[in-house]
Each structure stands twice: as C-alpha cells, then as structure tokens.
Design a protein around this ligand. Structure first.
Ligand SMILES: [Ca+2]
Ligand SMILES: [Ca+2]
Length: 354
C-alpha cells in the first residue's frame, strides 16, 4: 500500500510539472517562427553593440537610448562593462550614437539601465527617469538633461519597498511616475519559479514623494508602460500573456481596467506616436530563444503598430520582422519623422525608413 501511495504521489507530481511545463512553453511562445517583413534603407546604428533596451524620443527628435542591460538569465555581449545612456539626433541624415556623460557622484560602475522615460517641464527642463539595477537590485534614477554639454546631472536615486523588480517607468511629472514590476520576487531562482508556475503577482505602482501605491495587479509579467497623448489612458504590456492593457487614469492616480488587446507575441516596451496615438511595440516572437540564447538559433525581432486601440476593432500591423540574422531580441520601436528606430535587449539598434 505504501509503495502504491508513493507511485501515485510521484505520478501526480510529474503530471503537475508536465502541465506547468506546457503552459510555460506556451507563455514563451516556444514553437513560434516568424516570416520576415522588411523595411527600406535599414542600417545598424554605429556604436551600439550591447543593447538598446528602451528608447524615448523628445518632440524635437533627440532620442535617449538605454544600453548595456545585465539581467538574470539574459545574454550580455559586454558583461563587464557598465551600462550607458546614448543620445541620437534623429534630425541628422546619419545619426550617430553619442554617450551621455553622467555627473560626478553617481556610481557609474554599477550602472545597469533598463526602462526609461522623459518628462519635459513647463520651463523646458528635460528630466530623464532611468530604471537601474545596481547589483541586480531595482532603483529609479532621476537625471536632468543638459543639452549643451551632452550630459546628465544626477538628481536623485529612488528606492521603495514597492519598487522591487522594476522594468519600465512612465513619467507623470518632474518627480512622479508609474512603474511596472515584472516579477513579484527579485531573487533569480524565485523569479524563475514565479514564471514557471505562472503566478500572476506582477503589478504597476504609482510613485510620488508624497504617496506610493499599487495601482494595478494580476499580471504574469508587466513590462512596457506608456501614456496616451491626451494623458487619459495608461497602456501596459504583459509580456508573458502576449497582450496590451488599456487603463483609465484618475485624478488620484488610481487606474481602472478599460480593455485588453490580445496579441500572439511577447510584447516588451511600448512607444506612442504623439500625433496619431498609435502604439509601437518591440516584441519577442519566441521567448524561449531570448531566454536560452543559442548562436545557432538566434532570438528574432518583431515590431507591431497598433492603431485605434480604444475602438471596437483596433488594427494591428506587423511592420518589421527578422529572424535574428540582422537584429536580435527587439524590445522597443519608436518613430520620428517617417523613420523607425528599433532597440534590442542586448544586441544592436536598427534605423529604417517607413
Ligand atoms: Ca519606457
Ligand atoms: Ca522592457
């Protein structure tokens, strides 16, 4: 009887693990391959070799790019080099990546930038919020951009118990923002277990110096976050649920669910066309290839444009796709002046005509 019980328990455990494994593979889109979609005049940006995870473009065409992310389980082509913020002037015919100098007093050696967001104040001061993972912890760094000097002045480091595993931020003012936590846990093993078991413990947090609170929860892994041009709606990508949520923003900064748009790819960061309100996303068609890097089987890239997300029938267009031979692991796509700039988690950055 004892042996029968052991066999039964082992059988049940094996069935549960197998069921979780199938669900995990589905969340990673492990069997998806993509057909290529090309764009004219694509060129790789010189000087960006180790990632361009997030991009934020100012109305005047200056693009900030975060580079050099080191993240548990993800490839890095420059594991010993600190991260950087690059600036690209998209008004130039052949924009060059210029590394922004960071003011003294900031710990550059442990700089590990991830999601970014800009805020232009009434007096035209440009603030740059940068998710940072020094020693694999999570902070949000606030900088002031000094254009004449191609530099960033560090203003403060924001840490909070609710900012545990931050992926991206969207600035709401010179000192407040919404942030996504892509996992509940920050420890790598627990993070993996959280993903493998399919726990929906990831959330969105509002931060200001006066108030910090959870404003949305129940995500498999909340990743990119951005705001509609009319400032009424917040968009959040759930990378492991392959969708984009639309939430209404209220005067007290709380968010309420409006709708969800289901896609078939792992949606990373979200950029907004300030003129049309279209959402541009950098996506991972197959998360297995991203997390288990194999030079013989490269992670692909995919860019989607989502038009009229609030309407009954949003239009989703695959604007660009590549099997990794040109661009690996696209995480963001932003447009300016009829051109598309695509960033990646750990690879290069591509600039194409539309
Ligand atoms: Ca961002
Ligand atoms: Ca991201």
């Amino acid at each position: 009887m004892g042996k029968l019980l052991v066999v039964a328990l082992v059988g049940i455990a094996a069935a549960l693990v197998a069921e979780r494994l199938v669900a995990f593979r589905n969340r990673l889109n492990a069997s998806r391959e993509v057909a290529p979609v090309s764009l004219p005049n694509c060129r790789l940006i010189k000087g960006i070799e180790a990632g361009s995870e997030d991009i934020d473009i100012l109305p005047n065409g200056l693009a900030f790019i975060s580079s050099g992310l080191k993240y548990p389980g993800l490839k890095s082509f420059a594991p010993d080099k600190p991260g950087e913020i690059f600036l690209l002037d998209l008004n130039e015919d052949n924009p060059r990546a210029v590394e922004l100098r960071i003011s003294r007093g900031f710990d550059l050696a442990s700089f590990n930038p991830h999601g970014i967001s800009t805020y232009v104040d009434k007096d035209d001061t440009v603030y740059l919020f940068v998710v940072n993972h020094p020693h694999l912890k999570s902070t949000v760094e606030l900088f002031k951009f000094v254009e004449d000097d191609n530099s960033l002045v560090h203003l403060k480091t924001i840490r909070h118990d609710l900012l545990t595993s931050v992926n991206d931020v969207v600035a709401m003012g010179p000192d407040c923002f919404y942030a996504t936590n892509d996992h509940y846990f920050s420890d790598f093993i627990l993070m993996f277990l959280e993903m493998f078991l399919g726990l929906t413990w990831s959330n969105v947090v509002y931060y200001s110096p006066k108030e910090v609170k959870e404003v949305a929860s129940g995500f498999y892994s909340a990743n990119g976050i951005n705001i509609s041009p009319d400032k009424k709606y917040i968009y959040v990508a759930d990378i492991l649920d392959h969708n984009v949520y639309v939430m209404e923003k209220h005067a007290n900064w709380s968010l309420t669910h409006v709708k969800m748009l289901q896609l078939d790819t792992l949606v990373d960061n979200l950029s907004i066309d300030p003129h049309t309100g279209d959402i541009w996303t950098g996506c991972h068609p197959n998360g297995m290839k991203l997390f288990y890097y194999d030079p013989e089987n490269l992670p692909a890239s995919e860019v989607l444009r989502i038009q009229n997300i609030l309407s009954e029938e949003p239009v989703v267009t695959r604007v660009y796709s590549d099997n990794g031979s040109v661009l690996q692991g696209s995480s963001v796509a932003s447009i300016y002046g009829g051109k598309l700039l695509i960033g990646t988690v750990f690879h290069r950055a591509l600039y194409c005509d539309l």
